[in-house]
Design a protein around this ligand. Structure first.
Ligand code: FUL
Length: 492
């Protein structure tokens, strides 16, 4: 037993040190992701749950003077909510534990303005507890949104407010198990109830919140959690609430001088080479509003709209955070469920089979001529392995030759992220009438690049890296066909 364990350890060590590889791995280029960011990238698609007094008052931004008695879902069902997210393919959920109105979905000991003052479950309910536990049961990661702007609190805009805010953060990060993200919203409209003052309070976003201290608290209490804001530190807003990343969309940003609630310049496309790895999240609601409104029941985004968003968010290297607003029952509405399930059905049918696996691969260069960085890794379905070239080869190509013509309309590419974002431009060719014909081109790849094109039928496909400051390191290449009858619309 001991010797087997020892042998396994030695093998692991040898693999780690790359002892069996013909050449050392390429050196990383530019800013690179942390371990916690890599885990976040792997999620790709997760959801928001916007739920509070607004659900019952039909508002988007509560003023902060709402009577807690209005919060009274009639048939709250955490398993129905989390099950809907799971069935849609989401890997996590972020709950608005407190939105701008200040009402807390958990019984915080720092305020009475919470579920404990509501009739729901005779004041004994805890939405944060129920959703976090349902997430565990369904194997989704759980995250929290805690609005920095609080229109209920008398001390908002004064230094004491930070003690209150951090006390709440501590409650959320210590009582509800693992938290994968803390989502810090930059919005601040100024006016509010503020304990009865009913006035406008201006704060300086750059200094008031003293973010470094709050970020440190999160790092201390939940080291694996990634933090969101307009400016990171771990992932950034994409600059719009339509769910659309820029093209290109770099995972890097010039971080100096940026702060939550600051300028959104550069957030949509990122900045290259950048000073920090701060990839984009696309947040968008399945309905026009973030909160549930019965009048929007017929305005749920269609499967075709959701697909277009997916290709322009996940497909541009970002993560997609799709909001599902629980209704007044405390459930996800049937119309949302219907569109989500058709969206999922199409995605599953599309990505069921990677046609590139049937091809013979030939490449213009393979690092060290050896197996460790072989082009085979492009089609092994593993993000941990990759095809790399010698340091001097920055614009290689790979040709896929098929025995029979293949038909596809989606190309899927992935870079090996631990070595940084390396590829700056690429092109794709198909073989037609004895010659190459370009059918798509792109710039940034990063975590994932999906190109949704017209249908191509061909016996040979070529990927050319056309610009890179260093040798590329690509971990995946896929060719897929969307099922018949999908409204593709314009190319994505
Ligand atoms: C914004 C907020 O003002 C909205 O209500 C919503 O929470 C959205 C996700 O972020 O800044």
């Amino acid at each position: 037993m001991f010797s087997r364990l020892f042998g396994t350890c030695l093998l692991g060590l040898a693999l780690n040190l790359n002892l069996f590889a013909a050449a050392p791995a390429p050196a990383a280029y530019g800013p690179i992701p942390t371990e916690r960011q890599l885990r976040w990238h792997e999620m790709e698609f997760y959801g928001f749950l916007h739920f509070t007094v607004n659900t019952f008052t039909d508002k988007e931004w509560g003023y902060g003077d709402e009577d807690p008695a209005v919060f009274n879902p009639t048939a709250f069902d955490a398993d129905q909510i989390v099950g809907a997210a799971k069935a849609a393919g989401m890997k996590g959920l972020i709950l608005t534990a407190k939105h701008h109105d200040g009402f807390c979905l958990w019984p915080s000991r720092f305020t009475e303005h919470s579920v404990k003052s509501s009739p729901w479950k005779q004041g004994k309910g805890d939405v944060v507890r129920e959703i976090s536990e349902a997430c565990k049961r369904h194997h989704l990661r759980f995250g929290v949104y805690l609005s920095p702007w609080d229109r209920n609190r008398p001390e908002y805009a004064k230094a004491e407010y930070l003690t209150y805010y951090r006390g709440q953060l501590r409650e959320l990060l210590t009582n509800y198990g693992d938290i994968f993200t803390v989502w810090f919203d930059g919005a601040n409209g100024g006016d509010g109830y503020y304990g009865g003052a009913r006035e406008t309070r201006k704060i300086d976003n750059r200094t008031f919140y003293d973010w470094p201290t709050t970020w440190k608290l999160v790092r201390d209490l939940m080291p694996g959690a990634v933090m969101f804001s307009d400016a990171g530190p771990d992932f950034r807003w994409v600059g719009n609430e339509r769910g659309i990343a820029g093209d290109p969309c770099w995972a890097t940003l010039n971080a100096t001088g940026r702060y939550p609630g600051g300028s959104s310049d550069g957030l949509n496309s990122g900045e290259r080479p950048g000073t920090a790895w701060i990839p984009a999240e696309c947040d968008v609601s399945i309905r026009p509003g973030w909160f549930y409104h019965a009048k929007e029941d017929a305005k749920v985004k269609t499967p075709a709209e959701l697909l277009a968003i997916y290709y322009q968010s996940v497909g541009r290297g970002a993560c997609l955070n799709l909001n599902l607003p629980p209704d007044r029952r405390g459930r996800i509405h049937e119309n949302d469920l219907r569109n989500l399930s058709e969206f999922r059905r199409i995605l599953d049918a599309t990505f069921a089979k990677n046609l590139a696996r049937e091809a013979k691969l030939s490449v213009s260069n393979e690092r060290g001529g050896g197996k460790a960085f072989s082009a085979k890794h492009l089609v092994d379905g593993k993000r941990e392995t990759y095809w790399a070239t010698d340091d001097t080869v920055t614009t290689p190509e790979v040709v896929l030759t098929f025995k029979r013509p293949v038909r596809f309309n989606v190309v899927d590419l992935r870079e090996y992220l631990p070595l940084g974002q390396r590829v700056e431009a690429f092109a794709l060719d198909q073989w037609q009438n004895g010659q190459w014909q370009e059918f798509a081109r792109g710039t940034s790849i990063g975590n994932r690049r999906l190109l949704r094109t017209d249908f191509v039928t061909t016996e040979k496909v070529r990927l050319r890296v056309t610009a890179a400051p260093v040798s590329p390191a690509l971990s995946e290449l896929g060719l897929y066909a969307e099922p018949a009858g999908v409204a593709v619309g314009k190319k994505q």
